[in-house]
Design a binder for this molecule. Structure first.
Ligand code: FAD
Length: 384
């Protein structure tokens, strides 16, 4: 057992940490204020190779691994979660389905621009009426044999990275038939941006992650070539379960970053803020809060390291990924609440990073499977 990072992982962590502090921190509050997407930051992240981290060099990737992606997400989220979720969704939800399940042609067409960060892809699973219960998907795709095209009708809700100026495509989970036992046959289809019949609604007004891109999508007799089917027909359910299992480790890393950012900001503030004649950090009540926050960030980090190590070793990791996501998102919310408390009235002001952390933390208990869904996964894996 060795918990030390290797040299490459250490170097990556250090360079992303510097980037987050020097490039992201000075400008991100303004993007939150204006609800604007930070294109310039994303462009620089592309140049650093962050979008290609866990992919092979043959497709333009960096030849790293999924753990490298998690480390980068943790360091970004330590400063800002909108930038981190943009990377997480672009890599783990956007490019990964094509990398894992795409044909050689699909990989050659899409991966180079997705892995360089020049383009982004969205993952269209959730619908206005179905989120946790993704098997309820109602969006339909019918193969028109006369033109050899899929004709897609339906809607998707809350899709990250689906409406930026550089979004190239969305992968859409759709019902492509009914099986003999009456269950739905689900498949995944690639829909390029700008395809007639595919419309992107204006961005949502969100509580947090306000510098990230999230839209509702509509498909109205939207036609794409038959070869846009991703992987095998009828494998949609298995595909998105695999993508979400991995993605939970990435969201756990992002949550640990936010939780650690709360510690960083609280230590700094507690040393400089005075009350009753001395820094508030001299009071044990404040020290104990910060000690608990550090303990929570540390244990959640170990949980995601463990899940990532299992994934890399090819061992079963479903339960560990759910545990990591459940624990890390819970403690991220805890730490954001305590960091705000330590900042007093200033913690309620948007000019302080902890106000952003507080607003950004709640979605971690909801996105990529709610905390209830994580508990269902853990219980099922225990044979219940
Ligand atoms: C900012 C943002 C970005 C997102 N990005 C994407 C994206 O890129 N792609 C994508 O496909 N989706 C995305 N989502 C959707 C997200 O994954 C869903 O919101 C999430 O899975 C929950 O689904 P829901 O909102 O439909 O809630 P519901 O499934 O309606 O759940 C409502 C409540 O009921 C609970 N519940 C449901 N079923 C059970 C049960 N059996 N037992 C106990 N409790 C239960 C839930 O835990 C929750 O508390 C995003 C969401 C947001 C807010």
């Amino acid at each position: 057992m060795d918990f030390r990072l290797n040299e490459e992982h250490e170097a990556l962590r250090a360079s992303v940490r510097d980037f987050a502090r020097e490039v992201v921190a000075p400008v991100i509050a303004e993007h939150y204020e204006q609800h604007t997407f930070p294109y310039e930051i994303i462009r620089q992240m592309g140049k650093m190779g962050l979008f290609g981290l866990p992919f092979g060099e043959e497709h333009g990737g960096m030849g790293g691994d999924y753990f490298a992606l998690c480390l980068a997400l943790e360091e970004l989220a330590r400063v800002d979660s909108s930038v981190a979720i943009t990377l997480e969704a672009a890599v783990s939800l956007g490019a990964m389905p094509i990398y894992r399940f795409g044909t050689d042609e699909q990989k050659a067409r899409w991966l180079p621009k997705l892995l360089s960060g020049e383009a982004l892809a969205g993952f269209g699973l959730t619908e206005p009426g179905f989120g946790s219960d993704a098997g309820g998907t109602e969006t339909r795709a019918v193969l028109d044999e006369s033109t050899n095209e899929w004709v897609i009708n339906g809607a998707k809700a809350f899709i990250t990275n689906s409406g930026t100026d550089i979004t190239a495509l969305v992968t859409v989970a759709a019902v492509t038939g009914i099986r003999s036992d009456g269950s739905k046959e689900l498949s995944t289809i690639i829909v390029p941006s700008g395809t007639p019949g595919f419309t992107v609604a204006p961005g949502y007004s969100k509580v947090g992650w306000t510098a990230s891109d999230t839209h509702e999508l509509a498909f109205d007799d939207c036609r794409v070539p038959a070869e846009n089917l991703l992987g095998e027909r009828g494998r949609g359910f298995a595909q998105f379960l695999r993508i979400l299992d991995e993605g939970r480790i990435a969201i756990a890393a992002l949550a640990v970053g936010l939780a650690q950012g709360c510690v960083d900001e609280s230590v700094k503030y507690a040393k400089q803020r005075h009350a009753f004649g001395q820094p508030i950090g001299n009071y044990q009540a404040i020290q104990f809060k910060i000690a608990d926050m550090e303990m929570k960030a540390h244990t959640a980090r170990l949980a995601y390291y463990d899940a990532a190590a299992r994934l890399l070793a090819g061992a079963p990791f479903k339960r560990q990924a759910a545990i990591a996501k459940l624990h890390a998102s819970t403690i991220a919310v805890d730490n954001a609440r305590e960091a705000t408390q330590i900042h007093g009235g200033y913690g309620f002001m948007n000019e302080y990073p902890v106000a952003r952390f507080w607003r950004d933390s709640k979605i971690l208990e909801i996105g990529e499977g709610t905390s209830e869904v994580q508990r269902m996964i853990i219980a099922r894996d225990l044979g219940m």
